[in-house]
Each structure stands twice: as C-alpha cells, then as structure tokens.
Design a binder for this molecule. Sequence first.
Ligand SMILES: *Cc1c(COP(=O)(O)O)cnc(C)c1O
Length: 352
Amino acid sequence: MADWRDNVRRVVPYVAGEQPNWPDMVKLNTNENPYPPAPGAAEVLKNMNTEQMRLYPDPTAGDLVKAIAAYYGVDPEQVFVGVGSDDVIAMAFMTFFNSDKPILFPDISYSFYEVWADCFRIPYRQVPLDADFKLQPADYSAENGGIIFPNPNAPTGIALEPDAVESIVRSNPGSVVIVDEAYVDFGTASALPLLEKYDNLLVVQTFSKSRSMAGMRIGFAIGSRELIACMQDVKYSVNSYTMNRPSILMGKAVMEDEAYFRETCKKIIQTREWAKEELEKLGFTLTDSKTNFLFASHRSVPAKKLFQMLREKHIFVRYFDRPRIDNYLRITIGTKEEMEILLAALRTYLNK
Ligand SMILES: *Cc1c(COP(=O)(O)O)cnc(C)c1O
C-alpha cells in the first residue's frame, strides 16, 4: 500500500537558542544586541501608514537595497536582501551548491549549515578546525562543490586573517565561497574588498547582531552582479515578496545611521574585553573572540553544570552538547549591568 509518509522530506531541524520570557531574566543566549535599534527605526514605525499594508511591498526592496549599496560603496545590483541572513544563506545554498561534490564547512561552526545541506540534499564534508579551534585555509583546497564558513567563526568567536580568507577564495575558482560575516562588525576585517578581484565570492551579513534588529529579520549578501542575479532568479522562483514594508523602511533608516551603529559596536567591544578579563580572574579560559559573545571554559567546573546553575537564576547562556565544545559556554555580551549580574552569580558559585 502506498503511504504518503514514504515521500516526506525528513529533516532534523536547527535548534535555536531558547526564547524564555521571565521579567527578571538576563538573556545572554542568542547573541542579540543589548541596545535598541537606531532611533530612526522607531520613527519609521510611528509614521507607518497602515492603509498601505493592503498593497504588496516592492519585490526588489529597492529602498533597503540602495541604502546597503550606498553604505558599502557597491552597485545596488550587487546586493541581495532576505528575511534574516538565514534566508539569504538558504537561498545561496539552493542557488550555488548543486554539484555532486561535497560542500565544505568547519566541523565546529554555525550548525545551520548541515541542516540546510540535509534539507536541500547537498552532499557535505565537515572540515575539522585545528586543536586551537583555528581554521586552516589549506584544508579547503580539496575538490568541493562549494565552501561556507563564518568569519569570525561561531561559536568560537575566532577570526581569520584577510590573507587566509583570500587564499580560500583564490584557490577555489571553480566554487562559490560564502563568507558568513554575521559578527564582522565587532572587530574583524570584512572580505568585501576582495569582490574587486573575485567573482566567486559571496559575503553575507545581517541586521540581527550589530544593528540590533533580530526581531525584524533582515539579512543581505553582496557579491558580483552575476552571482546576485542568479540568487534573484531563485528567490523570484520561490517567493517574490520576502521583505515586508516595515522591514524595508526600518532597515533603510538603521543602515543610514552610521554614528549610532559605530557607537553601539564600540560599547559592545569594550564590554567584551572587560568581561573577558573578569572571567579569566574566575578561572575561565577564553578564545580571542572578535564577536558579541565569549566562548569560555572553566578549568575545574564542567560547562554543563555552570549552564544549569545560571539557568536556575534566570541567567541564560548557550551550551552546546556537541563533541569538542561540550565544556564551553557561549555567553552573549549584554550591557555592563547584565554582565555584572552574570559575574556575581559565577563568583558566588565558585566562592571567589
Ligand atoms: C546569527 C547568525 C546568522 C543568522 O542570523 P539572522 O538572524 O538569520 O540574520 C547567520 N550566521 C551566523 C554565524 C550567525 O551567528
């Protein structure tokens, strides 16, 4: 007997960090920005004309695309926007990763990559980071159907040198190389300048972290006109109207406020460096994170125990029960006050 269950696309979905909702919570588990979006976003929402909501939005999201292109000094035809960079990267996988050869990404990385690969039936191989969680560019010269890695990497926070990024792009002219720059604004050089030399490079960024807009779902990719045109064709074959009216206008307003953006990133970097020192004093070992989170392991107390202890106090951090990283906590950088609460809880528990 035929059974519809035989024809289901079975997937193991990505597990996002929990979104608890306690009035007293300190939420440091999903790398959200502790500061509100630039004031222009609230202004847009206040002046939003709901009567216009009956009309479809601009399928090209032109206002947003132009603001992004102007900020980064590229042509609007080099910009693709989507519903968070998760949507942008999923579209890029569908568009560019259609080879029988495996795509490559690090074994310790954003765990959504393997979920998309499975979902789209793309063969893949996870390339081990070295013992210090560093990505070795030479490991990416093997035959492949595409490459993706975050820079800086997540959840390790470690950044690659611009030369290393370039060597991966240069040694793979037969593949599209996607650099996921979700955290680049917290102190890493972007791969964007390489676009002048390489047409196989796609740089993906998001409004969710450095631009305080996780709730609006805005991400974008910048690449050669040819790459972007290929992505647009796929997008218009799935859903033409991905960007809603508020997203387009609020995203534009946020992108145009460079001073606020720089100030927010600076505050987070300062808090990160201070919190890192404080955690070291408590016996933690940390990676050299260039992101808005810290990746920390305690020299005597297992990470899982600390995670549970903090959780009971409504202090939420992220713990990954995965090989190689199951003794680490990923701690989002909050405000200084939030970090003080975390540190106080740890001090009490560790008797320091
Ligand atoms: C947060 C994150 C994303 C996705 O963010 P969106 O909210 O979908 O824009 C993509 N890649 C990495 C490495 C991330 O940490």
